[in-house]
Design a binder for this molecule. Sequence first.
Ligand SMILES: O=C(O)C1=C[C@@H](OP(=O)(O)O)[C@@H](O)[C@H](O)C1
Ligand SMILES: C=C(OP(=O)(O)O)C(=O)O
Length: 429
Amino acid sequence: MSDNSLILSKSNADTFCTIQLTGSKSESNRALILNALSKGKVVVNNLSSADDTVILNGVLRNLEAGKDDATFGSGSLTQSDGELTANIGPAGTAMRFLTAYLSVTGTAAVLTGTERMKQRPIGILTDALGQLGAKIQYAGQEGFPPLRFSKEFKQVTNKVNIRGNVSSQYITALLLVAPFLEKGLELHIEGELTSRPYVEMTLAMMEEAGICYNWQGSVISIDNQDFKDSQITIEPDWSAASYWYAIAALSKDSKIILPYLKAKSLQGDSRITQIMEHFGVQSSFTDEGLEIVKTGDAPRGAFFDLKDCPDLAQTVIVVSAALGHNATFTGLETLKIKETDRIKALQNELAKLGVVLREDGEQYHLECSDLHFPEHVIIETYEDHRMAMAFAPLALKIQQLEIEEPAVVVKSYPTFWDDLQKAGFTINS
Ligand SMILES: O=C(O)C1=C[C@@H](OP(=O)(O)O)[C@@H](O)[C@H](O)C1
Ligand SMILES: C=C(OP(=O)(O)O)C(=O)O
């Protein structure tokens, strides 16, 4: 065992528990921007404890209070040589949403993040903001963070073109600030729109905050308008729920209750209910919450398109591998620019079980003919919370599952390891 790892095991293969999940980080981070732009008219309830949310909240609260020497989670706001720097650590949504927010509010600051964040592209968003009139400079490599924002913002047009196939977060960032823009926004999305449910979530939450919009074909228009006094209540995180589906799927028998998840969710990752039917897990919404049960009866799915729910990819691919289901996946293009290159990370770690994830143009084939479960496997996590959480359920199949850098889970699900213990997993460090 290395210094920074934990060993996970489970003495029996049945899982019966009730787990209270934290709020959705996607909903929370949208709500925080709406709260800040509305000057508090939009009130947020049940904010996520995800580090990505703690960071965005910290930046916004400290900017509001005029502070310049604060740390919050793995983020900070500091002043040096007369320049204010916001460090948002690994939080993609914080980086993208703040890029739009700092631009249009004319906040002179530098926005930076982890070394990985400096490799995650942002040029599509800075170009779009440039079309609106923002003056953003690259403080490092062109097209990537860190970014330097200027004190002045003068809107020159409301028409903006943006590519839709790299990250929906660029589009969400622009939509969130649109009601604040003097001339409003007419956003023309070019090409395919990836992660579409996240854009739908943004607009639905803006509607809750009293904002009217018009979405026709590939054009979304939002006029300059005021927010209304409103309350937004954040639903628990469906991406976090997906790991409990994986645990149910790999258990012999299971009944897991996840309170407050809704059948009609704004989160596209609620698609996990349908996907997991293919792995023998059934969902029902009861008075106690979402109940997930292993039935074992599975219409074997052999093809999954995850373009609408990329954050489910690791969960679903690992479950499929562990059950020995060969399958083909599409819609995985954006995985290479997330917390790590998730395709490479999956390929490396699945190889330890004899499973191959073979790239074939836009398709990825999962080939499980050599699947085996060694007694002790070490899983690397690549600074990616979802690598740790997607592989953890394998402790139901592997006697000693060692997870490197387990603290990565804090990004979206800080109590993940505690919750596993509640569910009967044993953790040794
Ligand atoms: O808007 C959001 O809250 C998110 C959008 C998705 O990113 P992409 O649009 O880059 O796929 C998703 O992967 C991310 O975890 C959260
Ligand atoms: C991709 C993710 O986050 P982000 O892009 O916001 O860093 C994620 O949580 O899986």
